[in-house]
Design a protein around this ligand. Sequence first.
Ligand code: HOC
Length: 369
Amino acid sequence: DLSTFLTVRDLERAARPQLSPSTLGYFLSGADSQTTLRANRRAFRKWAIDYRILVDVGRIDTRTRLLGREVASPILVAPMAYHCLAHPEGELASSRGAAKSSTGYVTSTVATMPLERIATEFDAAKAVDAGPSAPRWFQLYVNKDRGITRSLIERADAAGYQALVVTVDVPIMGRRLRDVRNAFTLPPGMVAANLTDVAQGGKEAYHHAYATGRHDSSLTWRDIETFRTMTRMPILLKGVVRGDDALRAIDAGASGVVVSNHGGRQLDSAIASLDALPRVLEAVASRQSAGFEVIVDGGIRWGTDIFKALALGARAVMVGRPILWGLTLAGEAGVARVLQILRGELTSAMALAGCPDIASITRDMLVRA
Ligand code: HOC
Protein backbone atom coordinates (compact mmCIF):
# COMPACT_ATOMS: atom_id res chain seq x y z
CA ASP A 1 0.00 0.00 0.00
CA LEU A 2 1.85 3.06 -1.27
CA SER A 3 -0.06 5.41 1.02
CA THR A 4 2.02 4.09 3.93
CA PHE A 5 5.03 5.84 2.38
CA LEU A 6 4.76 9.38 3.66
CA THR A 7 8.08 10.82 2.55
CA VAL A 8 10.67 10.32 -0.17
CA ARG A 9 12.95 8.94 2.56
CA ASP A 10 10.36 6.23 3.34
CA LEU A 11 10.42 5.15 -0.30
CA GLU A 12 14.20 5.21 -0.44
CA ARG A 13 14.47 3.05 2.70
CA ALA A 14 12.09 0.48 1.24
CA ALA A 15 13.59 0.51 -2.26
CA ARG A 16 17.25 0.06 -1.33
CA PRO A 17 17.05 -3.60 -0.25
CA GLN A 18 15.17 -4.47 -3.46
CA LEU A 19 18.11 -3.54 -5.68
CA SER A 20 21.31 -5.46 -6.36
CA PRO A 21 24.39 -3.93 -4.71
CA SER A 22 25.68 -2.99 -8.16
CA THR A 23 22.50 -1.17 -9.25
CA LEU A 24 22.06 0.47 -5.85
CA GLY A 25 25.67 1.66 -6.01
CA TYR A 26 25.10 3.11 -9.47
CA PHE A 27 21.94 4.95 -8.45
CA LEU A 28 23.26 6.26 -5.13
CA SER A 29 26.82 7.19 -5.89
CA GLY A 30 28.46 10.53 -6.16
CA ALA A 31 31.96 10.99 -7.57
CA ASP A 32 35.06 10.20 -5.51
CA SER A 33 34.76 11.50 -1.91
CA GLN A 34 31.09 12.42 -2.54
CA THR A 35 31.68 15.89 -1.14
CA THR A 36 29.43 17.49 -3.76
CA LEU A 37 26.75 14.83 -3.32
CA ARG A 38 26.53 15.78 0.36
CA ALA A 39 26.91 19.51 -0.32
CA ASN A 40 23.84 19.43 -2.55
CA ARG A 41 21.70 18.37 0.43
CA ARG A 42 23.48 20.60 2.92
CA ALA A 43 22.83 23.68 0.78
CA PHE A 44 19.09 23.42 1.45
CA ARG A 45 19.65 23.37 5.21
CA LYS A 46 21.42 26.73 5.05
CA TRP A 47 18.07 28.43 4.39
CA ALA A 48 15.02 28.84 6.61
CA ILE A 49 11.56 29.88 5.45
CA ASP A 50 10.48 33.30 6.73
CA TYR A 51 6.74 32.58 6.68
CA ARG A 52 3.90 35.09 6.48
CA ILE A 53 0.75 34.93 8.59
CA LEU A 54 -2.88 35.76 7.93
CA VAL A 55 -2.78 35.30 4.19
CA ASP A 56 -5.78 33.63 2.54
CA VAL A 57 -4.40 30.25 1.54
CA GLY A 58 -7.78 28.57 1.10
CA ARG A 59 -6.75 27.75 -2.45
CA ILE A 60 -3.18 26.88 -3.35
CA ASP A 61 -2.17 27.12 -7.00
CA THR A 62 1.06 25.36 -8.04
CA ARG A 63 0.70 26.23 -11.72
CA THR A 64 3.54 28.08 -13.39
CA ARG A 65 4.95 28.70 -16.87
CA LEU A 66 7.84 26.90 -18.49
CA LEU A 67 9.20 27.76 -21.93
CA GLY A 68 6.05 29.75 -22.60
CA ARG A 69 3.56 27.01 -21.62
CA GLU A 70 1.44 26.66 -18.55
CA VAL A 71 2.45 23.66 -16.44
CA ALA A 72 0.69 22.13 -13.44
CA SER A 73 3.69 22.43 -11.13
CA PRO A 74 7.31 23.54 -11.13
CA ILE A 75 8.52 19.93 -10.88
CA LEU A 76 10.16 17.87 -13.65
CA VAL A 77 11.52 14.34 -13.67
CA ALA A 78 15.28 14.66 -14.28
CA PRO A 79 16.90 12.70 -17.10
CA MET A 80 18.42 9.54 -15.66
CA ALA A 81 20.00 6.53 -17.32
CA TYR A 82 18.80 2.91 -17.38
CA HIS A 83 15.37 2.90 -15.72
CA CYS A 84 15.06 -0.81 -16.56
CA LEU A 85 17.57 -1.42 -13.77
CA ALA A 86 14.85 -0.28 -11.38
CA HIS A 87 11.79 -1.85 -13.03
CA PRO A 88 11.21 -4.12 -16.06
CA GLU A 89 9.03 -1.49 -17.74
CA GLY A 90 11.73 1.12 -17.20
CA GLU A 91 11.11 4.50 -18.80
CA LEU A 92 7.67 3.41 -20.04
CA ALA A 93 6.54 3.13 -16.42
CA SER A 94 8.34 6.25 -15.17
CA SER A 95 6.99 8.39 -18.02
CA ARG A 96 3.43 7.17 -17.39
CA GLY A 97 3.83 7.92 -13.67
CA ALA A 98 4.96 11.44 -14.50
CA ALA A 99 2.27 12.05 -17.11
CA LYS A 100 -0.52 10.83 -14.84
CA SER A 101 0.79 13.24 -12.18
CA SER A 102 0.85 16.09 -14.74
CA THR A 103 4.58 16.34 -14.25
CA GLY A 104 7.16 17.17 -16.89
CA TYR A 105 9.52 14.37 -17.96
CA VAL A 106 13.01 14.43 -19.46
CA THR A 107 13.98 11.33 -21.44
CA SER A 108 17.68 10.42 -21.21
CA THR A 109 19.83 9.61 -24.25
CA VAL A 110 20.84 6.51 -22.29
CA ALA A 111 17.29 5.34 -21.67
CA THR A 112 16.70 1.61 -21.80
CA MET A 113 13.58 2.11 -23.93
CA PRO A 114 13.34 3.79 -27.35
CA LEU A 115 12.67 7.52 -27.10
CA GLU A 116 9.67 7.19 -29.44
CA ARG A 117 7.96 4.58 -27.24
CA ILE A 118 8.55 6.71 -24.14
CA ALA A 119 6.93 9.64 -25.94
CA THR A 120 3.88 7.61 -26.97
CA GLU A 121 3.47 6.19 -23.48
CA PHE A 122 3.74 9.62 -21.87
CA ASP A 123 1.23 11.19 -24.24
CA ALA A 124 -1.29 8.36 -23.87
CA ALA A 125 -1.12 8.53 -20.08
CA LYS A 126 -1.40 12.32 -20.16
CA ALA A 127 -4.53 12.25 -22.31
CA VAL A 128 -6.65 11.11 -19.37
CA ASP A 129 -5.61 14.16 -17.39
CA ALA A 130 -7.58 17.32 -18.02
CA GLY A 131 -5.11 19.66 -16.28
CA PRO A 132 -2.50 21.95 -17.79
CA SER A 133 0.09 20.43 -20.06
CA ALA A 134 3.13 18.57 -18.73
CA PRO A 135 6.22 19.04 -20.87
CA ARG A 136 8.20 16.20 -22.39
CA TRP A 137 11.85 17.01 -23.15
CA PHE A 138 14.83 15.04 -24.51
CA GLN A 139 18.28 15.02 -22.91
CA LEU A 140 21.23 14.78 -25.29
CA TYR A 141 24.68 13.29 -24.89
CA VAL A 142 26.83 14.25 -27.82
CA ASN A 143 28.50 11.52 -29.85
CA LYS A 144 31.84 11.96 -31.62
CA ASP A 145 30.03 10.91 -34.74
CA ARG A 146 27.88 13.96 -35.30
CA GLY A 147 25.76 11.98 -37.73
CA ILE A 148 24.55 9.94 -34.75
CA THR A 149 23.97 13.08 -32.71
CA ARG A 150 22.06 14.65 -35.59
CA SER A 151 19.95 11.52 -35.92
CA LEU A 152 19.10 11.58 -32.18
CA ILE A 153 18.07 15.24 -32.44
CA GLU A 154 15.95 14.51 -35.51
CA ARG A 155 14.29 11.53 -33.82
CA ALA A 156 13.49 13.63 -30.75
CA ASP A 157 12.09 16.36 -32.98
CA ALA A 158 9.99 13.88 -34.96
CA ALA A 159 8.69 12.28 -31.74
CA GLY A 160 7.41 15.68 -30.62
CA TYR A 161 9.77 16.38 -27.74
CA GLN A 162 9.36 20.03 -26.84
CA ALA A 163 12.91 20.89 -25.76
CA LEU A 164 16.44 19.57 -26.06
CA VAL A 165 18.41 19.42 -22.81
CA VAL A 166 22.11 19.19 -23.70
CA THR A 167 24.19 17.83 -20.82
CA VAL A 168 27.39 19.86 -20.58
CA ASP A 169 28.98 18.58 -17.37
CA VAL A 170 30.22 15.23 -18.71
CA PRO A 171 33.31 16.00 -20.80
CA ILE A 172 34.49 12.73 -19.26
CA MET A 173 32.69 10.43 -16.84
CA GLY A 174 33.07 11.16 -13.15
CA ARG A 175 34.57 8.31 -11.15
CA ARG A 176 32.02 6.65 -8.91
CA LEU A 177 34.05 4.36 -6.68
CA ARG A 178 31.27 1.86 -6.01
CA ASP A 179 30.81 1.35 -9.76
CA VAL A 180 34.51 0.67 -10.17
CA ARG A 181 34.57 -1.73 -7.23
CA ASN A 182 31.39 -3.52 -8.31
CA ALA A 183 32.47 -3.57 -11.98
CA PHE A 184 29.03 -2.11 -12.65
CA THR A 185 27.47 -3.29 -15.85
CA LEU A 186 24.05 -3.72 -17.41
CA PRO A 187 22.51 -7.19 -17.04
CA PRO A 188 22.46 -9.37 -20.16
CA GLY A 189 19.82 -8.23 -22.61
CA MET A 190 19.50 -4.71 -21.24
CA VAL A 191 20.73 -2.03 -23.62
CA ALA A 192 20.82 1.71 -24.05
CA ALA A 193 18.01 1.45 -26.57
CA ASN A 194 18.67 4.70 -28.43
CA LEU A 195 22.35 4.09 -29.08
CA THR A 196 22.54 1.17 -31.41
CA ASP A 197 25.81 2.38 -32.91
CA VAL A 198 28.03 0.82 -30.25
CA ALA A 199 28.25 -2.89 -29.58
CA GLN A 200 26.60 -3.40 -26.23
CA GLY A 201 26.81 -5.99 -23.54
CA GLY A 202 29.98 -7.66 -22.36
CA LYS A 203 31.62 -7.11 -19.05
CA GLU A 204 32.08 -3.36 -19.16
CA ALA A 205 29.19 -1.06 -18.40
CA TYR A 206 27.79 0.39 -21.55
CA HIS A 207 28.17 3.94 -20.41
CA HIS A 208 31.86 3.44 -19.68
CA ALA A 209 32.37 2.02 -23.14
CA TYR A 210 30.41 4.90 -24.55
CA ALA A 211 32.23 7.50 -22.50
CA THR A 212 35.66 6.25 -23.49
CA GLY A 213 34.73 5.38 -27.05
CA ARG A 214 32.03 7.52 -28.60
CA HIS A 215 31.24 10.26 -26.14
CA ASP A 216 32.64 13.57 -27.34
CA SER A 217 35.04 15.25 -24.91
CA SER A 218 35.72 18.04 -27.37
CA LEU A 219 32.28 19.65 -27.13
CA THR A 220 32.43 23.47 -27.14
CA TRP A 221 30.18 26.50 -27.40
CA ARG A 222 30.42 26.34 -31.19
CA ASP A 223 28.65 22.97 -31.12
CA ILE A 224 25.78 24.44 -29.12
CA GLU A 225 25.40 27.11 -31.81
CA THR A 226 25.37 24.35 -34.42
CA PHE A 227 22.71 22.35 -32.57
CA ARG A 228 20.67 25.55 -32.44
CA THR A 229 20.49 25.51 -36.23
CA MET A 230 19.57 21.81 -36.35
CA THR A 231 16.29 21.78 -34.45
CA ARG A 232 13.07 23.66 -33.84
CA MET A 233 13.27 22.63 -30.17
CA PRO A 234 14.44 25.21 -27.66
CA ILE A 235 17.79 24.18 -26.15
CA LEU A 236 18.62 24.12 -22.45
CA LEU A 237 22.12 23.47 -21.15
CA LYS A 238 22.25 21.15 -18.15
CA GLY A 239 25.19 21.31 -15.78
CA VAL A 240 25.81 25.06 -15.61
CA VAL A 241 27.07 26.47 -12.29
CA ARG A 242 28.77 29.77 -13.30
CA GLY A 243 27.25 33.13 -14.10
CA ASP A 244 29.57 33.72 -17.05
CA ASP A 245 28.64 30.36 -18.55
CA ALA A 246 24.95 31.23 -18.21
CA LEU A 247 25.64 34.43 -20.17
CA ARG A 248 27.44 32.44 -22.86
CA ALA A 249 24.47 30.09 -22.99
CA ILE A 250 22.28 33.07 -23.86
CA ASP A 251 24.78 34.14 -26.54
CA ALA A 252 24.82 30.63 -27.99
CA GLY A 253 21.07 30.74 -28.45
CA ALA A 254 20.00 28.59 -25.48
CA SER A 255 16.57 29.14 -23.98
CA GLY A 256 17.62 28.23 -20.50
CA VAL A 257 19.99 26.40 -18.20
CA VAL A 258 19.70 23.70 -15.60
CA VAL A 259 21.90 24.67 -12.66
CA SER A 260 23.25 21.24 -11.80
CA ASN A 261 26.37 19.26 -10.95
CA HIS A 262 24.90 15.98 -12.18
CA GLY A 263 23.73 14.91 -8.74
CA GLY A 264 27.30 15.14 -7.43
CA ARG A 265 28.33 12.41 -9.88
CA GLN A 266 30.82 14.37 -11.97
CA LEU A 267 33.35 16.86 -10.52
CA ASP A 268 33.78 16.07 -6.85
CA SER A 269 34.14 19.29 -4.78
CA ALA A 270 32.07 21.22 -7.31
CA ILE A 271 29.80 23.88 -5.86
CA ALA A 272 26.39 22.70 -4.60
CA SER A 273 23.71 23.44 -7.17
CA LEU A 274 21.54 25.49 -4.81
CA ASP A 275 24.61 27.58 -3.88
CA ALA A 276 25.28 28.20 -7.57
CA LEU A 277 21.71 29.24 -8.33
CA PRO A 278 21.79 32.89 -7.07
CA ARG A 279 24.87 33.87 -9.06
CA VAL A 280 23.53 32.27 -12.23
CA LEU A 281 20.27 34.19 -11.78
CA GLU A 282 22.14 37.40 -11.07
CA ALA A 283 24.18 37.06 -14.26
CA VAL A 284 21.12 36.30 -16.36
CA ALA A 285 19.21 39.24 -14.83
CA SER A 286 22.04 41.58 -15.80
CA ARG A 287 21.31 40.73 -19.43
CA GLN A 288 17.56 41.18 -18.95
CA SER A 289 16.92 38.12 -21.07
CA ALA A 290 13.19 37.74 -20.64
CA GLY A 291 11.92 34.19 -20.80
CA PHE A 292 15.34 32.59 -20.24
CA GLU A 293 14.60 29.65 -17.95
CA VAL A 294 16.73 28.80 -14.93
CA ILE A 295 15.97 25.38 -13.46
CA VAL A 296 17.86 23.68 -10.65
CA ASP A 297 18.43 20.07 -9.62
CA GLY A 298 20.46 18.23 -6.99
CA GLY A 299 19.29 17.08 -3.58
CA ILE A 300 15.56 17.82 -3.80
CA ARG A 301 13.95 15.47 -1.27
CA TRP A 302 11.20 17.58 0.34
CA GLY A 303 8.55 20.02 -0.80
CA THR A 304 10.29 22.66 1.29
CA ASP A 305 13.42 22.13 -0.86
CA ILE A 306 11.32 23.02 -3.92
CA PHE A 307 9.94 26.05 -2.08
CA LYS A 308 13.49 27.24 -1.28
CA ALA A 309 14.69 26.77 -4.87
CA LEU A 310 11.74 28.78 -6.16
CA ALA A 311 12.24 31.49 -3.53
CA LEU A 312 15.84 31.87 -4.67
CA GLY A 313 14.51 32.42 -8.19
CA ALA A 314 14.45 29.06 -9.98
CA ARG A 315 11.60 28.63 -12.42
CA ALA A 316 11.37 24.90 -11.70
CA VAL A 317 13.25 21.96 -10.20
CA MET A 318 14.27 18.57 -11.54
CA VAL A 319 13.97 15.55 -9.27
CA GLY A 320 16.26 12.58 -9.86
CA ARG A 321 16.99 9.73 -7.44
CA PRO A 322 13.60 9.86 -5.63
CA ILE A 323 11.97 8.85 -8.92
CA LEU A 324 14.18 5.77 -9.08
CA TRP A 325 13.09 4.71 -5.57
CA GLY A 326 9.43 4.97 -6.53
CA LEU A 327 10.07 3.15 -9.80
CA THR A 328 11.90 0.34 -7.99
CA LEU A 329 9.09 -0.19 -5.51
CA ALA A 330 6.03 -0.01 -7.72
CA GLY A 331 6.77 1.09 -11.29
CA GLU A 332 4.39 3.74 -12.60
CA ALA A 333 2.41 3.89 -9.34
CA GLY A 334 5.59 4.34 -7.30
CA VAL A 335 6.73 7.23 -9.46
CA ALA A 336 3.28 8.79 -9.16
CA ARG A 337 3.47 8.39 -5.36
CA VAL A 338 6.83 10.18 -5.19
CA LEU A 339 5.45 13.06 -7.23
CA GLN A 340 2.26 13.16 -5.16
CA ILE A 341 4.32 13.36 -1.96
CA LEU A 342 6.55 16.15 -3.27
CA ARG A 343 3.68 18.15 -4.71
CA GLY A 344 1.67 17.65 -1.50
CA GLU A 345 4.58 18.84 0.60
CA LEU A 346 5.09 21.85 -1.66
CA THR A 347 1.39 22.72 -1.39
CA SER A 348 1.53 22.44 2.42
CA ALA A 349 4.68 24.55 2.58
CA MET A 350 3.02 27.21 0.45
CA ALA A 351 -0.06 27.25 2.71
CA LEU A 352 1.95 27.37 5.91
CA ALA A 353 4.27 30.06 4.54
CA GLY A 354 1.42 32.27 3.35
CA CYS A 355 2.14 31.84 -0.36
CA PRO A 356 -1.04 30.90 -2.23
CA ASP A 357 0.64 30.80 -5.65
CA ILE A 358 4.07 30.35 -7.20
CA ALA A 359 4.51 34.07 -7.90
CA SER A 360 4.22 34.81 -4.18
CA ILE A 361 7.23 32.59 -3.34
CA THR A 362 9.64 35.50 -3.46
CA ARG A 363 13.23 35.93 -2.31
CA ASP A 364 12.18 37.57 0.97
CA MET A 365 10.56 34.28 2.01
CA LEU A 366 14.02 32.96 2.92
CA VAL A 367 16.54 33.86 5.58
CA ARG A 368 19.86 32.23 6.35
CA ALA A 369 19.25 29.43 8.83
C1 HOC B 1 28.86 9.69 -21.20
C2 HOC B 1 27.79 8.87 -21.70
O1 HOC B 1 24.17 10.34 -16.59
C3 HOC B 1 25.26 9.00 -15.00
C4 HOC B 1 24.78 9.13 -16.41
C5 HOC B 1 25.97 9.00 -17.25
C6 HOC B 1 25.74 8.38 -18.55
C7 HOC B 1 26.97 8.60 -19.39
C8 HOC B 1 26.82 8.24 -20.79
O2 HOC B 1 25.60 7.88 -14.63
O3 HOC B 1 25.33 9.97 -14.27
